[in-house]
Write a protein that binds this ligand. Sequence first.
Ligand code: FE2
Length: 93
Amino acid sequence: MLATIPFNLEKISKADVDKELLRAAIIAELDAINLYEQMANLATGKDLKIIFLDVAREEKTHVGEFQALLLKKDKEQQHELAKGKEEVDDLLK
Ligand SMILES: [Fe+2]
């Protein structure tokens, strides 16, 4: 069965709960960034556009907070994130 949010906590091992919560939180923040940037593009008032873009930027900080904690708890993710960056750097140099 595919993953869902909110998820069924009974199916998650105790060792994985916080990691899954952090991943779900990152997904929510990324979705919020897209939403606020889209709303900024739709806004007719300059003041509302400014506020949406500021909130979108704050959501990016939230992604960083959740990611920082996830990387402390998931060393495999930490390693693979670095590996992904290296692969992009190699492909684009
Ligand atoms: Fe947020």
